[in-house]
Design a protein around this ligand. Structure first.
Ligand code: NFS
Length: 675
């Protein structure tokens, strides 16, 4: 049976070297396993398929059918005038800028459409049309309401009274949904940014009008023969990126927190070793927590566990991949099974009874791999189906969410007995503490004295903490799996830079054991180690999924508000990084970090290298406008050092550079200096 099934899998043309492909031992073992079974994975495909040298430079235009027009940089570079042009005359700068902002449109659309789905479920919950979803976190609801212009109190007979919570929820739902397509005005959440930043956006004309419009306008402006000035093109990219970070993503995070609970630190595990041979293994993969929350709830029902036992399993083991993993990890402690690049390997364990996917970052090849095993691959979202005939589509709907989830789980349980003999789960897994956020950082590193982020700011000012880095983003099969992530993060914490992580960087750090308080003593410089030990936190704080990068923006805003470190995000000793990025979402995230004032370094490559003038504009000139800028550095050590150099530059500008040697100045001294 297994032999016959194996025939269906494509045999890899060229085999990846497991050690060169990944630094993670579980991954290496599973790549060897895939070769033994003759099943091709992304690691092998990366050997056979090489990227196009022109596309990689960002200078291939296929926006009309006279092309594709290809404008690679000449080997000798460009001396004198750059005469390269497409048939219509489009320059390399125009082409690269158009491609770049189309990536922003793709990324912003993905995050924001996810946010819209959550907002629609939120509306159903607020209208009490669904049994499955309820307004869970009323504290967070009351916290976000004012930012959407929703009153939380009413005047009755001259007296101020609390407004009915159901009424507030309903109005929040209406106001939130309106953000995607309102006819007039501007997006509401950008006002949550530090005032100086908001004013900067206003002055430069980049305040988003509504989320959908900014994305549509990118598609219009990049259509053949419209916008032909890279500066004007990136300006629209800026508007759409703000609409993502300070709009669609931030709404997704907030509404998810209200519906499912605001995360707080929670203990769990990570890597393929979380799967259990004697359990029904259900892997949830994708991004929206709307479905996975239901899977978690149903999998814990006693009658369902009994059903699993009646089929010979000891229980049900859930595991997550990609940002769905981060969502159910931060709210329920469900272990993380894999990063983006390990998704096929989870099936190759032979122990995956069902893989349930929704949207984004899902390999179509999962279907081919699933054919070699008993694994049921279930798509659940109307906008994300697969053409292969072994894929089951169970369309998920908030109105019968629990029934859908139960059907899926029962299908997985029934499938347990169909497992072949070829089960091999790697033993490796690591302990992690995840579930940090703006609120829990305030709790751990805040303090009630003066400002909410007082202790954090104080430790930055006195130099124990050198600065803050946001390290985020994907894996990329063009670079060794997890090595960029881990090397960058270790170099930062070694130099007393505290790291906020999300997405697949968070998963990589978890697999490496960096998300435990104990890791501080092993990997951190003395200042950061002392702070982590005193407050009992890991040196790398996991803030959730990629839409939760909005938490990083708001944490930075809290740092500004707490005082003593300037009056804008661009004044802070902070830097951003995506060492192994690959998705359009990462470009959108990178750009909203940059235009929020953060120096942001990407690894691997950036599709701007073929257009040096445009590259120069986003990596140098943007700093003059927004205080943040893009940079590219594939070498992870150099990458981290660039970030540290920027942090030191900011410390110097703030006049706190000497503090790291003296560790003398405290918050009060600093505020006295500011006054
Ligand atoms: Ni982010 Fe999440 Fe991972 Fe990259 Fe994909 S999971 S939204 S895009 S690969 S970090």
């Amino acid at each position: 049976m297994a032999e016959e099934k194996k025939e269906k899998a494509a045999k890899p043309l060229k085999l990846a070297d497991p050690v060169a492909a990944s630094m993670d031992v579980a991954t290496q073992e599973m790549i060897v396993r895939s070769h033994d079974l003759g099943i091709e994975t992304v690691f092998d495909r990366a050997q056979t398929m090489k990227p196009c040298n022109i596309g990689i430079q960002g200078t291939c235009c296929k926006n009309c059918s006279m092309g594709p027009c290809r404008l690679p940089l000449p080997k000798s570079g460009i001396e004198g005038e750059d005469t390269r042009k497409g048939l219509c005359g489009a320059t390399a700068n125009t082409i690269a800028a158009r491609n770049f902002i189309r990536m922003i449109a793709g990324g912003a659309a993905a995050h924001s459409d996810h946010g819209r789905c959550v907002a629609e479920v939120f509306m159903s919950a607020a209208r009490k049309e669904t049994e499955a979803y309820k307004i869970k976190d009323t504290v967070k609801l009351l916290a976000i309401a004012p930012h959407l212009g929703v009153e939380t109190t009413v005047e009755v007979d001259g007296e101020t009274k609390d407004r009915d919570i159901d009424e507030i929820a309903l109005e929040v739902a209406e106001k939130a949904l309106n953000e995607w397509g309102k006819a007039e005005g501007e997006l509401l959440y950008p006002k949550r940014a530090p005032e100086a930043l908001y004013e900067k956006w206003k002055k430069n004309g980049v305040l988003p009008r509504n989320i959908d419009r900014e994305i549509v306008e990118i598609m219009h402006r990049t259509h053949m023969g419209v916008d032909q000035d890279y500066r004007n093109l990136i300006k629209q990219g800026t508007r759409a990126a703000i609409a993502d970070g300070w709009g669609g993503s931030m709404l997704a995070t907030d509404l998810q927190d209200v519906l499912f609970g605001t995360p707080s630190p929670i203990l769990s595990e990570a890597n393929l070793g979380v799967m259990k041979e004697d359990h029904v293994n259900i892997i949830v993969h994708g991004h929206e927590p709307v479905l996975s929350e239901m899977i978690v709830a149903v999998s814990q029902k006693p009658e369902i566990i009994e059903y699993a036992k009646s089929k010979g399993a000891k229980g049900i083991q859930l595991g997550g991949i990609c940002c769905t993993a981060n969502e159910i990890l931060q709210r329920h402690g469900i272990p993380t099974a894999a990063t983006f690049l390990q998704q096929e390997l989870a099936i190759i364990t032979g122990a995956c009874d069902a893989m349930v996917v929704d949207i984004q970052c899902i390999f179509q090849n999962l279907a081919n791999v699933a054919k070699c095993f008993h694994t049921k691959l279930i798509t659940t979202h109307p906008i994300a189906k697969m053409e292969q005939d072994n894929v089951i589509h169970i369309e998920f709907d908030e109105h019968h969410a629990l029934e859908d989830a139960e059907r899926i789980i029962r299908m997985a349980i029934d499938n347990f007995e169909n497992r072949g003999t070829e089960v091999m789960i790697p033993k490796h897994k690591a302990t992690q503490v995840a579930g940090f956020g703006v609120e829990s950082i305030e709790y751990h590193l805040g303090g009630t004295f003066r400002g909410s982020y007082y202790t954090l700011n104080d430790n930055i000012i006195n130099g124990r903490i050198r600065g803050i880095a946001g390290v985020v983003g994907c894996n990329n099969a063009r670079t060794r799996h997890n090595e960029g992530h881990i090397t960058v993060v270790k170099e930062l914490i070694k130099n007393d830079v505290i790291v906020l992580t999300t997405g697949c960087n968070g998963i990589a750090c978890a697999m490496e054991g960096l998300l435990t308080p104990e890791s501080a003593a092993v990997h951190c410089g003395p200042g950061l180690a002392e702070v982590c030990e005193t407050v009992g936190i890991p040196p790398v704080l996991h803030l959730g999924s990629c839409v939760d990068n909005s938490r990083i923006l708001l944490a930075a805003t809290e740092v500004v508000k707490a005082g003593g470190l300037g009056n804008d995000i661009c004044d802070l000793p902070v830097a951003g990084s995506a060492p192994e990025w690959m998705s359009e979402k990462a470009i959108s995230i990178g750009h909203y970090f940059v235009v929020s004032g953060v120096y942001t370094v990407f690894g691997v490559t950036l599709p701007t290298s073929g257009a040096p003038v445009f590259h120069n504009y986003i990596s140098k000139d943007l700093e003059k406008i927004y205080g943040g800028m893009w940079d590219i550095e594939p070498d992870p050590i150099k990458h981290a050092r660039l970030m540290i150099a920027h942090i030191d530059k900011k410390r110097k500008e703030l006049g706190i550079d000497k503090a790291r040697e003296r560790v003398l100045m405290d918050m009060a001294d600093r505020q006295a200096l500011d006054a």
